[in-house]
Design a protein around this ligand. Sequence first.
Ligand SMILES: [Zn+2]
Length: 535
Amino acid sequence: MFNQYQRFFSFLLFIALLAAAFPSQSSAQRRVANELKLDLLIKGGLVIDGSMRAPIKTDVGIRGERIVFIGNSARKNVTAARTLDAKGMIVAPGFIDPHTHALEDLSNPKRNANENYLMQGVTTVVTGNDGDGPFRVAETLDKWQRQGIGINAALLVGHGAVRREAMGSGDAQPSIEQLAWMKNLIGQAMNEGAFGMSTGLFYAPGSFAKTEEVIELAKVVAGYGGIYDTHMRDEGSYSIGLLGSVRETIRIGREAGIPVHISHIKALGTEVWGQSRPVVRLIRQARAKGIKVTANQYPYTASGTNVTAALVPRWAEAGGNAELLKRIRDPQIRSRLLVEMEANLKRRNGAEAILITRSRNQELVGKTLGAIAKERNKSPVETALEIVEGGGASIASFNMSESDIEYFMKQPFVMTGSDGSSGHPRKYGTFPRKLREYVFGKKLITLPFAIRASSALTAETFRIPERGLLKAGYFADVIVFDPKTVADRATYEQPEKLATGMRFVVVNGRIGVDEGKYTGILAGRALRKISPQIK
Ligand SMILES: [Zn+2]
């Protein structure tokens, strides 16, 4: 039996043995506690964080889906499962594209990687623009989440889709009941996670809506903290004119109390060339009065649309495509159409400025409307009507001046947006092209300016939280690119060539592009807007 002393001494002995056996235990424990364990360390690149802060050579650490560390990793006790060498590279927030037509690709299991965007460094797209976005938002977002998507995607509810659902494709004005129905559909879409509402007031059926209708619907979106995004009624001299359209957009912002966003801002056609100055003046005045007005832009002199939208007057589209075809076949209406189309063709800088990029009739692709008309020995507008009757065609329409493009690009409220559509190189090249041509080539804008316009500004404008900046705590959407090789390769002749220069593209902490190659993973998320307290 131990007596009390023996017990006490054996206790002391035990403590002494313990201290001898693990002399450095406590300091090792301290070291473990200070150790920063990372999944990814992006080392030694020139970090441009999206905020216009001066570029700094440093490291970016990622754990799970988040950025957890930005700084000199050598000074810290960092261990990383993988280190990406970014020496000589630019490290930036993943680009965010506010205007795309990626909805179909994202929903298609064969194209849902959105490799065309990944290779441009785009890690988030907004889609549902031009009034086309679905009003069943949850259904689309759920599908994307279930099937997987290669990049993050946010949705806008489309005014056109809502109008069609509530009152068909006609040119009528809504009854009180129909207006209430549209408001209801929009409220539901916002509840389901839409980031705002888009309109396509240039297109049918959006063109049939009066400003007051749009204001009433935009008020609903404002209540959810959403944005109003618009393809304006007129970007040229078709109806109320470019300046009239900018004024209409500003009025919608003022009267609905909503941030407004002008998509693919441009001066379309020689008649309005040079109007980038008065447009910017109007926007600056509105912003000075507290109306949130912003815009996006793609760096190409050709827009992308279709023959019908570009040349056929809207009244002929009332009631949908079958009605349009009936009107085309009516000899009296046909002759009236041809007269108006002649004027529209002039607004588009003539038949040589219209290039067919996609059509069921493959023989047309790659030719101008002028060339096809000559082959057929018919006038260009007659030829255009034949094309519409034959199922239509996508076009690249060369209608912008370089000087307007540059003036818009320099504005601090203009962000990069591809408006990517099939057949136009902008779908594959917009973001790298802006860097190659306007930052490194012409030196029109600085690299930090271009990166902010392609990331943080867009996240802020569309209220996409915790993305768009390289910042500890933010989602790890990070790109690493080579400033010497970053470039677009898509052309009007070969619009589907992937861009070059992206060494690594990280989406939610996972590597989507590794050493310049797509890894095959689907790391994107269907983003849902979390609305503030609803009024
Ligand atoms: Zn558009």
